[in-house]
Design a protein around this ligand. Structure first.
Ligand SMILES: NC(=O)c1ccc[n+]([C@@H]2O[C@H](COP(=O)([O-])OP(=O)(O)OC[C@H]3O[C@@H](n4cnc5c(N)ncnc54)[C@H](O)[C@@H]3O)[C@@H](O)[C@H]2O)c1
Ligand SMILES: CC(C)[C@H](C(=O)O)[C@@H](O)C(=O)O
Ligand SMILES: [Mg+2]
Length: 345
């Protein structure tokens, strides 16, 4: 069976890193296995077509086995009042029903010295963030007058149950420890989150040890004792912020991949953005996107062996010190990608 994969390069370094990931995948799969199609998406598409997420792109994504995304965003360069292309990304996630964003954080030993955290604290780090992705403050009603603005944060019991069920199942198959992060000392949505999480985790797998932490303390523990965490489940905005912080355990924001899964087609995207400060220079770290493509091969395209081979080639390339500047090296995106392809065997 041929799988259709829609590639949304997007803006800034987005197309640079998706091109790299597609080249890696094409080196280990055949045209009979995967048909790759590019579709327009993001800020430049908004400027050209008036929509960051046009209808034909939406249709292509829904018909695909998986979507590979680079990044969206033109930074602060849009005309005042223009709709932000980042909202197109939220529409995409909503349209595909990808309510769970899985962000693994497992530092490569050869990059320990690129992390601001002491190496001895990184040795056993293996965290799986499960971020709720289609609810909360990102998706609530927004209002704006000249002097007042509001963003409504809403969570339903059902939205919390489904993400916590998934996170508990991941914990059951890993080290049986689940940390739920909220702000239940202040937010009503967090109080509901905590209640529903306690009863859902217990019902799904009583053997999983559940702890609740407040997000401000979690931000500190992530740096102080990162090896203590197994699966971390949290709501949309806290998950966004904590995972950028967690990327520093791996040495660069450019290292972290993600899988957004849920009701239908899976969406695979690095956690970083369009990086306008380095776009067009050919020096973006392609690893987050290449590792996202590996997650796609494992989770949506039924090719776990190929995924393992790609992950091993990324690690071997890092061990060989072929590194982009964010990792302290001098390699271009193309040179690092070529080095990964060479190590695929
Ligand atoms: N999923 C997404 O599409 C996504 C995610 C985050 C931010 N954004 C958007 O991206 C734009 C820029 O945002 P930002 O600057 O705050 O965040 P960013 O993630 O784009 O960049 C933050 C810093 O990390 C560096 N960086 C990021 N990815 C890198 C990579 N692969 N290799 C090397 N260095 C890398 C950048 O050069 C920059 O210094 C904004 O419009 C924002 O909304 C999009
Ligand atoms: C661009 C933005 C909407 C997005 C988010 O906050 O989800 C990004 O930061 C991410 O982490 O994918
Ligand atoms: Mg983010």
């Amino acid at each position: 069976m041929t799988h259709l994969v829609t590639v949304l390069g997007g803006d800034g370094i987005g197309p640079e890193v998706t091109d790299a990931a597609v080249r890696v995948c094409q080196a280990v799969t055949t045209a009979d296995q995967i048909t790759w199609t590019n579709a327009s998406f993001g800020g430049n598409t908004f400027l050209e077509e008036g929509s960051a997420f046009p209808d034909d792109t939406q249709a292509a994504c829904k018909e695909s086995s998986a979507v590979l995304l680079g990044a969206v965003g033109l930074g602060e360069t849009l005309p005042p009042g223009a709709k932000r292309p980042e909202l197109g990304l939220l529409e995409l996630r909503g349209a595909l029903g990808t309510f769970a964003n899985i962000r693994p954080v497992k530092p490569f030993p050869s990059l320990f010295d690129m992390s601001p955290i002491r190496p001895e604290l990184l040795e056993e780090v293996d965290i799986l963030f499960v971020r709720e992705l289609t609810g909360g403050i990102y998706f609530g009603e927004k209002t704006r007058t000249a002097t007042t603005a509001s963003d409504l944060c809403v969570y339903t019991e059902g939205e919390i149950e489904r993400i916590v069920t998934m996170a508990t199942e991941f914990s059951r198959d890993r080290r049986k420890k689940l940390t739920s992060v909220d702000k239940a000392n202040v937010l009503e949505t967090s109080r509901l989150w905590r209640e529903v999480t306690s009863r859902t985790a217990k019902a799904v797998c009583p053997e999983v040890e559940l702890e609740h932490l407040l997000v401000d303390a979690m931000a500190m523990y992530l740096l102080k004792r990162p090896a203590d965490f197994d699966v971390i489940v949290t709501e949309n905005m806290f998950g966004d912020i904590l995972t950028d912080e967690a990327s520093m355990l791996c040495g660069s924001l450019g290292m972290l991949p993600s899988a957004s899964i849920g009701e239908g087609t899976g969406l695979y995207e690095p956690i970083h953005g369009s990086a306008p400060d380095i776009a067009g220079q050919g020096i973006a770290n392609p690893c987050g996107t290449i590792l996202s493509a590996a997650m796609m091969l494992r989770m949506s395209l039924g090719q776990p062996d190929v995924a393992n081979a790609i992950e091993a080639a990324v690690e071997a390339t890092i061990d060989a010190k072929v590194l982009t500047p964010d990792l302290g090296g001098k390699a271009t995106t193309k040179e690092m990608t070529d080095a990964i392809i060479k190590r695929l065997g």
